[in-house]
Design a protein around this ligand. Structure first.
Ligand code: NI
Length: 258
């Protein structure tokens, strides 16, 4: 069975057919999904999904592009409360740095990122990392804040093998999404080939980052199967094996026992 470690099924892009999208995921062999609530709007909608569907879990955190909207103390307390009182909240995320969109100043992003790593260490939750054009500062802050004590996931990893190694050394899993299925994705395919099987994860980031051959259309959790097929091919194992291995890794990382 397949485990989609990163989805946004609460997105308004699914408002007209969400139940069918989730049905298609189950039909494609997906048995667990972690939905990501990353700001004031999407944390409640993510929690609602976890209450409706037994196989949907939540990660909650504050996204770097929304960092300016965070009321630091109040919203950290909200995230902490959800993490410590709701059994289906399995991680803090997605958190990190995004130097591509200039919606939040770098220093604000860094403060919000640091505070959430500190919270994760305090309450013992893994973290889900969003990194866009910020490899150096991501590694620097993860080191300075001793993120290796909790580890977690480098979501839709797009960096070099050198960066991947540093993240592996800090206790992180490397997760691949749709972009690794693209024909010209030389570096992601090389990194996937070298990531140890016991640290490999797969995801969709649905509705974004749609894999080949649906590139350009809306992504959905059923397509995690296409990512799994690419990973199986690169690793030289069967689809069933890659599904089992990445599923076991995800359950271990998130502390899910079902
Ligand atoms: Ni995401």
């Amino acid at each position: 069975m397949l485990f989609d470690t990163h989805a946004h099924l609460d997105s308004h892009k699914f408002d007209s057919d969400r139940d069918e999208v989730i049905e298609r995921a189950l039909a494609a062999g997906v048995d667990t999904i972690v939905n990501i609530g990353f700001n004031r709007e999407t944390i409640p909608t993510t929690m609602a999904l976890t209450e409706k569907y037994p196989f949907i879990y939540a990660a909650v955190g504050w996204h770097p592009t929304d960092a300016v909207d965070m009321k630091l103390e109040e919203d950290l307390a909200w995230i902490e409360r959800l993490c410590t009182t709701h059994p289906k909240v399995v991680a803090i995320g997605e958190i990190g740095l995004d130097y591509y969109w200039d919606t939040s100043p770098k220093d604000v992003q860094q403060t919000v990122f640091r505070e959430q790593i500190r919270l994760a260490r305090r309450i013992g939750k893994p973290i889900v990392i969003h990194n866009r054009d910020a490899h150096e500062d991501i590694v620097k802050l993860l080191k300075e804040e001793r993120a290796s004590e909790v580890g977690g996931i480098m979501h839709c990893f797009s960096g070099s093998w050198e960066t991947a190694q540093i993240c592996l050394d800090m206790n992180f899993h490397i997760s691949f999404g749709g972009p690794v299925t693209f024909k010209n994705a030389r570096v992601p395919k090389e990194v996937l080939e070298r990531v140890p099987l016991d640290r490999l994860l797969i995801e969709t980031d649905a509705p974004y980052l749609t894999p080949h051959p649906h590139r350009g259309k809306r992504n959905e959790s059923a397509y995690v199967r296409l990512v799994a097929e690419t990973a199986a091919e690169i690793k030289g194992v069967s689809l069933e094996e890659i599904a089992k291995i990445t599923g076991d890794n995800a359950r271990r990382c998130f502390g899910i026992t079902r």
